[in-house]
Design a protein around this ligand. Structure first.
Ligand code: TYD
Length: 141
């Protein structure tokens, strides 16, 4: 897959009082944070985020519980990641389709985003996304 999504391991400080993890600007994160949002109280069986972004890049962290993220490049390659540990972040570059699903009870997904919220940055139709992905691939050397 071009422009691949990947798991980034975050620092984890464990002692008898419990664990602490951190994401710091200039650290493991490959972009500057413009926005943070979180998804919670997802009813069983619901799916979120069936779309791609043109510019926005994201890091997803399961702060609590677990969920699955399907990532698809629109060119026939897809991968599924299960996030269940709050010291792992899933980095998703721009230009990839993503869908979050199979949320456990009490799952909390925290998402750090590189861009402010802008609906014009979304591609919400998979067929249009495939067309966009092919055009983008055609522009690459
Ligand atoms: P939506 O894009 O449907 O969520 P998901 O990608 O998880 O399926 O967003 C749900 C609502 O929240 C929608 O009305 C837009 C709003 N929203 C914001 O106002 N700001 C944001 O940063 C995000 C991500 C969503």
């Amino acid at each position: 897959m071009n422009n691949e999504a990947c798991i980034i391991q975050l620092p984890k400080f464990c002692d008898s009082r419990g664990n602490l993890s951190v994401i710091e600007q200039g650290g493991a994160l490959p972009f500057e944070i413009a926005r943070t949002y979180w998804i919670y109280d997802v009813p069983g069986g619901e799916r979120r985020g069936g779309h791609a972004y043109i510019r926005n890049r994201e890091l997803m962290v399961a702060l609590s519980g677990s969920f699955e993220v399907l990532v698809d490049d629109g060119l026939g390659n897809s991968r599924t990641f299960r996030l269940s540990r709050s010291y792992y972040g899933l980095y998703i570059p721009a230009g990839l389709w993503r869908e979050m699903r199979d949320f456990s009870t009490n799952a909390v997904a925290m998402i750090l985003a590189s861009e402010p919220y802008d609906r014009a940055d979304y591609i919400e139709n998979f067929r249009q996304f495939r067309q966009y992905a092919r055009e983008q691939a055609g522009k690459r050397p």
